[in-house]
Design a protein around this ligand. Sequence first.
Ligand code: GCW
Length: 614
Amino acid sequence: MPYPAWLPFLLETPDLTHVSTPLELAQKEINLGLQALSAGIKGKVTCDPALPRDAYRIVKSEQTVQVHGGSCGVLYGTYEVLMALREERDFPEGLQTPQYPDRMVNCWDNMDGSIERGYAGKSLWFSGGRLQYDEQRILQLSRLLASVGINVICLNNVNVHEPAQDLIDLQLPDLSKLAALFRPFGIRLMISIDFSQPMRHDLSTADPLSHEVQAWWKNRVDLVYREIPDLYGFLVKADSEHRPGPFTYGRTHAEGANMLADALASHGGKLVWRCFVYNCTQDWRDRKTDRPCAAYDTYQPLDGQFRENVILQVKHGPFDFQVREPISPLLLSMQSTNLAMELQLAQEYTGQQIDLYTMVPMWKELFQVLPKDRLCAIAAVSNLGASDCFTGHPLALCNLFGYGKIAWNPSLASGDVVRSFVRLSYDFSQEDRESLTGCMLESRAIYEKYTANLGLCWMITPNQHYGPNPDGYEYQSWGTYHKADRNAVGIDRTGSGTGYTLQYPEALRELYANVASCPDELLLFFHRLPYTFVMRDGRTLMQRLYDDHFEGLARAEQLTKTLCALPFPERDRQEIQRRAALQVSNAREWCDIINTFFHRFSGIPDEMGRTIYD
Ligand code: GCW
């Protein structure tokens, strides 16, 4: 079933026969779009090879709107024209260029059709061990991605299980066909590879310093580029959560990444190397190892040793996409290495596309501390799947939309991005639009309050990662502890504790290390504090834990009431209402279980006398 998402006025898919470039596509799209919008003006698209690839300029006269752009900018400018008309706003003035040249989506799709941490149905392109897809849906998806400037898609899971290892061996012709579908949209494919791949081809080692291994990769890459000359490159998860990597051979990650980068270099390919490396077999009794320190400890000493076509991809926080984490200090410390920041659109720890959770305000916090020019690229784990609306929850589409917008221009205000999404997606009155925008903008703060607030992380049900289980990860090997006892909770990560704060540049180090200046939202991430600790607002820590949870639940109930009263089209209404009801019961479980958990430890009653189940 076609689902136009935020482009409902573009129901008709352009005829792609004979279309192979973004310029040809843009010329079709502008005519289709202006007609659909009954804009009463003509459109003209021209490509100016002197402009940067993604740049465009929109020039409007009485009867025409012209888009001048670089080879992909023509298409971005075209979608901008159509969306601005639909939103009844002005066209942007002057030359528009993106902040980051490479704006990537990483899909964790497995070849059996399942998606690791996928909450929107099956894979859109894998099934039964091979590539298999509905062309129309791929075109629809490409259009969505291109309309917000996303230009790279990694098709397969970073955990490269069998048979995905065959992708670059046996399935090249099929990959090449899929690449051709994405190409007119300016979207390039990327493939996740397994570091030990040569060993499936009769080599006895995958040592990056072995000449035989280097030659094997060079040869493999040449074959791949013969079929897909514009492949973006390879994505690698190595020495992470039991994946193979250079550590097996006593080599550094610079040696591992550079070997692959050298094989890709002559084709202009990039090697994207993930920095999600930590000890996942930690003994919970070990109080010295502190997982958030791991990425910096591994990679910072290697700064400057990576080839020019290597990009280190770093998760935005030092743990793993919790509802609130401080920015990864690795992102602030690598001066001479190409960096990409990794976000997660899939709501693994943030409500699994059941609970409403709009991420743009959370990302904006990162850009407040991250100098914009630190990154050369940006990546996000996909929230897509074969559900009708692509993201399971129709409003989770806003995270894909917002990601593209923010990746293009991180200075955009959260409210403007969400308002655009709402305006494009629904024919609502202004009052209803504002009310939906309000719900979406406060959704993250609400979720944080009823789940693990004040910088507490990992109180989630193990493996599944939905719903509360405050001690679920406490005695496991993943390095994810809160250490709650009858007096106190949290971990001292300052210089006198695990030393994690020492990884930050001075200003942030001071801010976080000092209890008096550490933001409330991160207090228990950085400090171990007694329940009787008096917070800035005069309440005790214990009271804040109770108050936030009751407030989070009450606001979740209100939020879902507001949502359910909005006149969504039938297509979305049922899904939104069903998920809203589940969100309220999830919020209630979280509120009651976390409050009971702390009450049992501390024995401190709620000052307001509300019910805490014991
Ligand atoms: O948090 C973990 C997820 C894994 C994921 C891993 C990663 C793809 O639970 O499912 O594996 O992060 O980012 O590599």
